[in-house]
Write a protein that binds this ligand. Structure first.
Ligand code: HEM
Ligand SMILES: *[C@@H]1O[C@H](CO)[C@@H](O)[C@H](O)[C@H]1NC(C)=O
Ligand SMILES: *[C@@H]1O[C@H](CO)[C@@H](O)[C@H](O)[C@H]1NC(C)=O
Length: 318
């Protein structure tokens, strides 16, 4: 008798415990959901995929047009690290709406972030199909994932229902986006501020398997790689083996071949160097950890429910 009633009591405790965990975790995720647009914009995934593949493979060489995939990935990262994934990075200066300075003009972004017109073209297509329904923040999250898939990289699940901010914060872009000359402790702290662990910093840095950097950001020891002609002057490939392909080539001899100081320092702590070597040896391990970290990044500081708005034009507050 006594033992059976204590079992029932335990069950009740378990039940309350799981209910509490469920409520807490759904509160933490706001109202993001896997099927957010299923009823109201069933063409969304297809429209994003079509526009991303039209935009990729269209740039002139180098990287045979594929650089735009890298640029979208970086644009999303720079959105999420400033006020959360709320499309604040897309806003132009507009004093009439209280946008006195933009994130795109912040130090780490000015003359360097790309992909704004690709987001605009996806948004136009989605607006034509489902007017006023899909946020710019969700479009950027979806486009980024499609771009990585199109580069033969990996994929990850996304929850949708992000809302767009009515504000931008240039000073936060200047303070919170990591810089290429930072030491390891500074990088770890910058990622910790957004909820990421040091191993997640290592996995996310694998994004530098694609794309280019301006010479001013390149580590002194790698200056000879600054010889790729672009419309923007000479640049350098972040991954000097396969800069157009999303693979685990970035991690191969990272301590010596890393283009940015922030890439090279990742091998300076023993446990992180072990992870670098694991990813260099196993693309599957890199893809799995990169995908989980990207899903987590896509949920940083999101606006949901009645917060924010669904912008009509991604560059302007409604
Ligand atoms: C660990 C801290 C990081 C630092 C210090 C850093 C810094 C930089 C810098 C300086 C550039 C070159 C920009 C230019 O010269 O125009 C760059 C490019 C890039 N970054 Fe990072 N980054 C970091 C992490 C990340 C993360 C987490 C992602 C995405 C998940 C990312 C994605 C990219 C991509 C794809 C490019 C190439 C963009 C293009 O070709 O247009 N980076 N990064
Ligand atoms: C992706 O793989 C396909 C099929 O193997 C290939 O044709 C294409 O060139 C690859 N794309 C990239 C960006 O590597
Ligand atoms: C902008 O970001 C800074 C640094 O994170 C913060 O101190 C400030 O309160 C933010 N400003 C607004 C208007 O949110």
């Amino acid at each position: 008798m006594a033992s059976s009633s204590s079992t029932t009591g335990d069950r009740r405790h378990y039940c309350c415990f799981f209910l509490a965990v469920f409520l807490l975790s759904s509160a933490a995720h706001g109202q993001l959901s896997a099927t957010f647009y299923a009823a109201r914009c069933s063409s969304l995934d297809q429209n994003v995929r079509d526009e991303v593949s039209r935009a990729l493979f269209r740039d002139p060489p180098p990287l045979g047009g594929r650089r735009m995939g890298a640029s979208l990935l970086r644009l999303f990262f720079h959105d999420c690290f400033v006020q959360g994934c709320d499309a604040s990075v897309l806003l132009d200066v507009d004093p009439s709406k209280g946008i006195l300075s933009s994130e795109k003009d912040a130090g780490p972004n000015a003359n360097s972030l790309r992909g704004f017109e690709v987001v605009d073209s996806i948004k136009s297509k989605v607006e034509a199909a489902c007017p006023g329904v899909v946020s710019c923040a969700d479009i950027l999250a979806l486009a980024t994932r499609e771009a990585v898939v199109a580069l033969n990289g990996t994929t990850w699940p996304l929850l949708l229902g992000r809302r767009d901010s009515r504000t931008a914060n240039q000073s936060q872009a200047n303070s919170d986006l990591p810089s290429p000359g930072s030491n390891l402790d500074t990088l770890i702290a910058a990622f910790a501020r957004k909820g990421f662990t040091a191993p997640e910093l290592v996995a996310l840095s694998g994004a530098h398997t694609i794309g280019l950097a301006h010479c001013v950001n390149v580590d002194q020891s790698q200056m000879q790689r600054c010889r790729v002609p672009t419309a923007d002057g000479l640049m350098a490939e972040l991954d000097d083996h396969t800069p157009e392909r999303f693979d685990s080539g970035y991690y191969d001899k990272l301590g010596k071949r890393g283009l940015l100081g922030s890439d090279r320092v990742l091998t300076s702590r023993r446990d992180l160097d072990a992870l670098v070597q694991k990813y260099a040896a196993s693309q599957a391990a890199f893809f799995a950890d990169f995908g989980s970290a990207m899903k987590k990044m896509s949920e940083v500081g999101v606006l949901t429910g009645a917060d924010g708005e669904v912008r009509t034009n991604c560059r302007r507050v409604n």
